[in-house]
Design a protein around this ligand. Structure first.
Ligand code: GUN
Length: 287
């Protein structure tokens, strides 16, 4: 048996095409502002993808660059300014940010109606209570992928490995909403191998190449790889996920590849949120 592929790129293109149509009908261009602090190789790549996808569908995407040493107060001032700028519909702070900054405070300052990453306490709190609106893009993208392939979560054991604020924690809540039995594992979890063998769905977001191999997975499980790692192969560089694809491919029922799995859906979900934020701000949707 070999696994079926969950084609995130194809689904993302379908979502982007629909967004483009909707934005054309709107007759106005929503605007997303990305706050970039310092230089980070991965962030550069992610931001480029966000810019390119925005351009394709008619979203204005502006990047504000700040020095690595930028002060907390200057960023707070900037966020306040963007909050009160009615031409700005979405604001995100590209992560990671330098250690001297209080990122949670900055995220909390973003107007919840413009918080298109869904990382602020109001949007996360609403999600926690089952009132979904602006959801974190990667977990939302994962759910879209499962829905597209009609993979039913109800009553299933869903193992999430990695408890970050932007992926693992919110994903576990969304899976719970779908009536999965959720196990949230992390670096201190004991007997992870045992848990893997129980899981009908495994979601891996730890940022380590080859973290999960096929031998650890229950036969017929659905494997969702949320890692994006750059590795060296000879002189060349290659992007791989957290799953050893070759071995997992022979054991899983469905598997998401890297690249071409969850990554493109993160971008599509972010832009979907930007359009949603625009509609909320214009009173086209009530929240
Ligand atoms: N860095 C890695 N993933 C993300 C994301 O989804 N949003 C932001 N703002 N930064 C990230």
């Amino acid at each position: 048996m070999v696994a079926k592929i969950l084609d995130g790129k194809k689904l993302a293109n379908k979502i982007l095409k629909n967004l483009k149509k909707e934005i054309e009908l709107l007759g106005a261009k929503p605007k997303l502002v990305i706050i970039q602090i310092g230089k980070n190789e991965a962030s550069e790549v992610y931001i480029k993808r966000k810019i390119n996808a925005s351009k394709k569908i008619g979203i204005i995407c502006e990047v504000l660059n700040f020095e690595q040493s930028v002060s907390q107060s200057l960023l707070e001032e900037k966020i306040q300014q963007l909050n009160s700028d009615s031409t700005v519909n979405g604001i995100i702070i590209q992560l990671p940010v330098p250690e001297h900054l209080d990122i949670l405070k900055l995220q909390a300052m973003i107007d919840p109606k413009k918080d298109v990453d869904g990382f602020g306490p109001i949007n996360l709190g609403n999600m926690f209570l089952g009132r979904n609106l602006l959801l974190p893009a990667t977990p939302a993208g994962v759910l879209k992928l499962l829905e597209e392939y009609k993979l039913e979560l109800e009553g299933k054991i869903a193992l999430v490995i990695g408890r970050s604020n932007i992926v693992g924690k919110p994903l576990s809540i969304l899976l719970l909403q779908k009536n999965a039995t959720v196990i949230l594992a992390h670096s201190k979890t004991k007997d992870l191998d045992k848990l893997c063998k129980l899981a009908d769905f495994v979601f891996v977001a730890v940022g380590k190449p080859n973290f999960l191999s096929g031998s650890k997975i229950k036969k017929g499980a659905v494997v969702i790889d949320i890692g994006i790692n750059k590795i060296k192969v000879g002189n060349a560089e290659k992007i791989v996920g957290d799953v050893d694809f070759q071995s997992a491919f022979r054991v899983a029922y469905y598997i998401s590849p890297v690249p071409g799995g969850v990554g493109p859906l993160t971008v599509a979900s972010l832009l979907e949120n930007t359009l949603l934020a625009y509609k909320i701000q214009k009173g086209l949707i009530s929240r």
